[in-house]
Ligand binder design. Structure first.
Ligand code: PLP
Length: 356
């Protein structure tokens, strides 16, 4: 069997969820969209179910997969519904839905539902992606309030730049949210992971942590607030071949790495089709049998190469950690023009193994 897998530490996941809720000061929906950012949504939700206040996913397909697996806690659809046909299912399965546009209110108004549904009415406070315009928000809230199809309304918004410490735009969004929702009763929800970690003034009744649950930093720069997170995924493989090369020899596609002196090259059974970043540069950190090492040469689809010159004990069968407990995902991100979000979501083909 190919010696490559991602180990998922469910104990670390629970630790990070508790931290998110502590920082948020209220309740927290664990965001498990995109297959829990590559960690397996069903297993992650099951591990959190006993203590999570609820879950959030992108769409009804993701929510129904969780329901089918026996997850009974509330599940919020972060983009709401895309067509009216989803509404009876939302009511039947007790799902919560975001309302981000007037056409969704109209559809809800025309729907015949077995039970009223919980709604989260999203304000566009400045991100300008989805959300009700500021000047239409109070009207939308009042209209929703009168509908028999609506059980409750949570006021919500989303930050565009919470991962930039001190960014005035986040303060402007906060101020807009406070001004537009003043006088509208009911709970509020603002924080994603970078806001929970970096913007305590944005605390509200409900938080929506995603990436931080998986123990990765949402910040592009080093940030002290991530020290308490525990990494959840460890991506690991093994050395499957060793090359002893003299100076001046190219390694791999495009000869991106050329040996400077006698070099031992280890070939590792993981590549970009598994989600390892294709454009990770020479020197990207790895751990070889627990010791710091480095990537050399271009990453292939199914393999990559590491420098074993300073690892005389290492050989075929040596364990290589690509990221995880020893190699922070943030370090791989910093060497490969990607983000922690995309790094984790890209993981595929490798079996996920669970512990904790
Ligand atoms: C994905 C998402 C989140 C979670 O964001 P993280 O940065 O991963 O914590 C929160 N809210 C909304 C609306 C989202 O789409």
């Amino acid at each position: 069997m190919r010696p490559t897998h991602a180990l998922i530490d469910l104990d670390a996941l629970r630790h990070n969820y508790r931290l998110a809720r502590e920082l948020g000061g209220g309740r927290a929906l664990a965001v498990v969209k995109a297959d829990a950012y590559g960690h397996g949504a069903v297993r992650c939700a099951a591990a959190l179910e006993a203590e999570a206040d609820g879950f959030a996913v992108a769409c009804i397909e993701e929510a129904l997969a969780l329901r089918e697996a026996g997850i009974g806690k509330p599940i919020l659809l972060l983009e709401g519904f895309f067509e009216a046909g989803e509404l009876p299912l939302i009511a039947e399965h007790g799902l919560w839905t975001v309302i981000h546009a007037p056409w969704q209110i109209e559809m809800l108004e025309r729907a015949a539902l077995a039970h009223p549904v919980e709604t989260w009415l999203k304000l566009d406070s400045g991100m300008h992606r989805v959300g009700i315009d500021a000047d239409a928000y109070a009207g939308a809230w009042k209209r929703l309030r009168t509908l028999p199809q609506v059980a409750g309304i949570v006021k919500m918004s989303h930050f565009a730049r919470a991962d930039e410490p001190g960014c005035p735009r986040t303060l402007e969004q906060l101020e807009t949210f406070a001004r537009i929702t003043a006088g509208l009763p009911g709970p509020s929800s603002l924080c994603n992971s970078p806001a929970l970690l970096g913007w305590p003034q944005a605390k509200a009744d409900w938080a929506r942590p995603g990436l931080m649950l998986y123990g990765a930093s949402p910040f592009p720069q080093p940030h002290e607030a991530v020290a308490r997170l525990r990494p959840v995924m460890t991506l690991e493989s093994r050395v499957i071949a060793v090359r002893e090369l003299p100076a001046g020899e190219p390694v791999g596609y495009g000869a991106r790495f050329v040996t400077e002196g006698p070099t031992r090259v280890g070939v590792v059974a993981v590549g970009y089709a598994d989600g390892y970043p294709q454009f990770a540069v020479n020197g990207t950190p790895v751990a070889i049998d627990g010791r710091p090492g480095r990537l050399i040469g271009r990453v292939s689809m199914d393999m990559l190469t590491v420098d074993l010159t300073d690892h005389p004990q290492a050989g075929v069968g040596s364990r290589v950690e690509l990221w995880g407990a020893q190699v922070p995902a943030a370090q791989v991100v910093a060497h490969s023009q990607t983000s922690a979000y995309r790094l984790l979501c890209a993981v595929k083909r490798v079996p996920l193994r669970y512990c904790g």
